[in-house]
Design a protein around this ligand. Structure first.
Ligand code: ZN
Length: 387
């Protein structure tokens, strides 16, 4: 009797394991060769309505088959800034507002850093790119490229960027970028649309453009590309390697124009970001191996639908409202339609989509482990004779 019971129990256990395994398989995220990770800085769902109202347009982003919500808080505040927001999206780690790619409370950089998706992509042999309408030392591009305690340290940020192994870093010019150093590290420095278009696949480049790439049309005398043109060219340049590419694109001026509560300009920035999304998705449709996802670091302006049937700003700051996470492949299993996830879930899922395995093992480290890991890392690199 006891034996029969044991056999039955074993059968039940095997069956329940099979059920669990198949449930997990159902949710398994599809694998991709390339990921285009698009961030509308400050973009809430109501920014879409604001743009449609202001500009009398349809938005391409609304055609995405999967739309959900991302909870944006930082480690120390329910309202995140763009530095902590970018760190959460790049490193799967919530940190203090103002910090870029470092652990919370690590003001003196004593602890080991969380790694970013960009770094894991480089380790996996992929091409990597960072494109923004903001300064190259802005918070969002920096969260994906450096580890610096304070977002204002643009000299430190630019120095880490020009010494990085990233293939392409494009944005508005930053005075702290040392062109000579960038060139000696293999970057071609480009400052105009013409120079950008002359770049060839496989080359590495540092883009130092004007601050108006977010506009639909270039202002008179401005020879910089539009954000959508930067997106299309970056894809063309990075799509040259069998190991694929990871590209982050930021539309920064949805946030900037929402801080100043300029509805017309915020709507224009939203429309040009939408053009960039369309450029990325058109490539992905043709390519068939590229995941395009669109999200935001936080919402800016606390937009509401007002009693006079207008979408309006009610604040000049960031808000804690959930933001869009939008995926352009209905079969991706990246999110369920309507699902709410944490900002840090997004890079974890990107790592899964790119088969990075356990990409963020250090992110679970507590303070003590991170402290000692840093000491041992430094000791080992000293013994190995590294700088
Ligand atoms: Zn902001």
């Amino acid at each position: 009797m006891k034996k029969v019971f044991s056999v039955l129990l074993a059968i039940v256990m095997v069956c329940s394991c099979m059920v669990m395994a198949s449930a997990e398989n159902d949710a398994e995220i599809k694998s991709y060769k390339n990921v285009i990770f698009m961030i509308g800085d400050g973009m809430g769902y109501f920014h879409w309505d604001l743009a449609k109202q202001e500009r009398d347009i349809d938005l391409f982003v609304e055609t995405a088959p999967l739309k959900g919500y991302s909870q944006t808080r930082s480690y120390d505040n329910e309202v995140t800034d763009s530095a902590a927001g970018a760190t959460a999206l790049a490193c799967a780690r919530r940190t203090m507002n103002g910090a870029l790619g470092v652990n919370p409370h690590d003001l003196y950089n004593l602890f080991s850093h969380p790694v970013s998706l960009t770094e894991v992509a480089i380790e996996n042999g992929m091409k990597t790119g960072i494109v923004t309408s903001d300064s190259t030392a802005g918070a969002t591009p920096s969260g994906f490229s450096v580890h610096v305690n304070a977002r204002g340290e643009s000299a430190q940020i630019s120095n880490q960027q020009v010494n990085s192994d990233i293939d392409l870093i494009w944005g508005a010019a930053c005075k702290d970028v040392n062109v000579e150093k960038a060139e000696s590290n293999g970057f071609t420095v480009v400052t105009t649309e013409e120079e950008m278009n002359a770049l060839e696949a496989g080359s590495r480049s540092f883009g130092q453009f004007s601050g108006t790439t977010w506009r639909i049309d270039a202002p008179e005398g401005d020879n910089s590309p539009r954000l959508s043109e930067m997106t299309a060219k970056a894809i063309e340049l990075l799509n040259c390697d069998e190991d694929g590419f990871f590209l982050m694109i930021e539309g920064a001026h949805i946030d900037k124009n929402s801080h100043s509560q300029k509805a017309a300009e915020a709507a224009e920035a939203m429309e040009e970001f939408d053009n960039a999304i369309e450029a990325a998705v058109r490539f992905a449709e043709e390519d068939g191996e590229t995941l395009v996802l669109v999200t935001a670091d936080h919402e800016t302006g606390a937009i509401v639908y007002d009693i006079d049937h207008q979408f309006k700003f009610t604040s000049g700051s960031h808000s804690a409202t959930n933001v869009p996470i939008v995926v352009f492949d209905g079969d991706s299993n990246f999110i369920e339609d309507g699902e709410t996830i944490k900002n840090t879930d997004i890079p974890e899922r990107v790592a899964e989509a790119l088969d990075f395995g356990d990409a963020f093992p250090r992110q679970a480290d507590g303070m003590v482990t991170a402290f000692f890991r840093n000491i041992f890392d430094k000791l080992f690199s000293f013994i190995k004779g590294e700088k």
